[in-house]
Design a protein around this ligand. Structure first.
Ligand code: NAP
Length: 305
């Protein structure tokens, strides 16, 4: 009998994972915020995934956090700023050998969850898959990609990677997951805040070449100080490559601000600036970028934490 995949958060990534696992015949349960959200979910036929224009609905069972059944495997698919509080609620349900897969972007939320649950195995993930919510309980698979999973404290891969294989979730076990997360954070810091401040698509940053280059230099210095030299290698070249390859796209932070949604700034640029302060490192452009972004968000009534 397979272990049940409990999916915490039925948003974009949670739905992308839950529906593919369910399609492979694996046991999946959704944990929704509260009774109201559960009632809304139960009023419909289930979770719908739209792939290449084709929609399929999966009648996955939903529940609230206060359900009593024990949880051995938990996929945390909330935003970084919600992850800790959402997981805390489930602490009494986690078994002694529980494993958590943390899908959050940026850094900081994973350590906060791991510190809260010292007995659990916390696996960090970094994904280049893309999905967005068309409406409640209906998600569009927008960009194929890859998910790297890893555990900095325990290099052996878990046996349930076979489930991901069966579900057709492209993945790889990574022995340097922190390097991957730092690299992604640095790319994000060099691109996303500027797209918000200049109100532009990624490609338009080609006209702000000097600003991008200066940020890359400071970010590379930070990565070296944080013991992540591999994540610092050729950073500027990769940032420029990403800007070019995604020229027509709006960054996720730009989309959040445009839709008046809270950003994950505190786990991206905010995390980088706090790390610099911890190392007593002066990175004037990065710190100025954060101040400008915080002002910009505050002026629009959006949280800056
Ligand atoms: P999302 O669509 O906003 O989904 C987050 C879900 O978490 C929402 O359904 C929300 O519930 C739920 N949630 C929050 N607190 C909860 C709680 N206490 N109990 C139960 N559910 C709770 O976010 P997302 O786009 O999937 O992003 C999740 C993470 O993946 C982020 O860190 C993001 O940066 C990262 N990521 C996303 C993508 C992507 O393409 N979407 C790609 C790579 C990485 P409600 O529906 O009730 O609000």
């Amino acid at each position: 009998m397979s272990t049940t995949w409990y999916v915490l958060g039925a948003g974009s990534l949670g739905t992308l994972w839950a529906t593919r696992l369910a399609r492979a015949g694996l046991p999946v349960r959704l944990i929704l915020r509260d009774r109201e959200r559960l009632a809304s979910y139960q009023a419909g036929p289930g979770l719908t995934l739209v792939e290449q224009g084709h929609a399929h609905t999966y009648p996955i069972i939903g529940e609230t956090p206060d359900n009593p059944e024990p949880i051995q495997r938990l996929l945390v698919a909330c935003k970084a700023y919600d992850a800790l509080a959402a997981v805390k609620q489930l602490a009494p349900r986690l078994t002694h050998d529980a494993e958590l897969i943390l899908l959050q972007n940026g850094l900081g939320s994973q350590d906060a969850v791991a510190a809260q649950l010292p007995q659990a195995r916390c696996i960090f993930a970094s994904s280049t898959e893309g999905a967005f919510r068309e409406s409640d309980w209906r998600v569009v698979f927008a960009g194929h990609g890859y998910t790297w999973l890893g555990d900095a404290g325990q290099p052996a891969p878990p046996f349930w990677l076979d489930d991901l294989q069966a579900a057709g979730i492209p993945h790889e076990w990574s022995t340097d997951i922190l390097t991957r997360l730092w690299r992604k954070l640095a790319l994000n810091c060099a691109i996303n805040p500027l797209t918000v401040l200049h109100q532009c698509r990624n490609g338009e940053l080609q006209t702000h070449h000097c600003e991008v280059a200066t940020l890359c230099l400071e970010l590379a210095e930070l990565l070296e100080y944080c013991g992540q030299p591999a994540a610092a290698q050729d950073l500027q070249t990769e940032v420029e490559r990403v800007i070019q390859a995604t020229a027509a796209n709006y960054s996720s932070m730009h989309q959040d601000v445009a839709n008046a949604r809270r950003t994950e700034i505190s786990y991206l640029l905010g995390y980088a600036c706090r790390a610099a302060t911890r190392h007593q490192l002066t990175l004037p452009h990065l710190q100025q970028l954060q101040a400008r972004l915080v002002n910009y968000l505050n002026a629009r009534g959006l949280p800056s934490d």
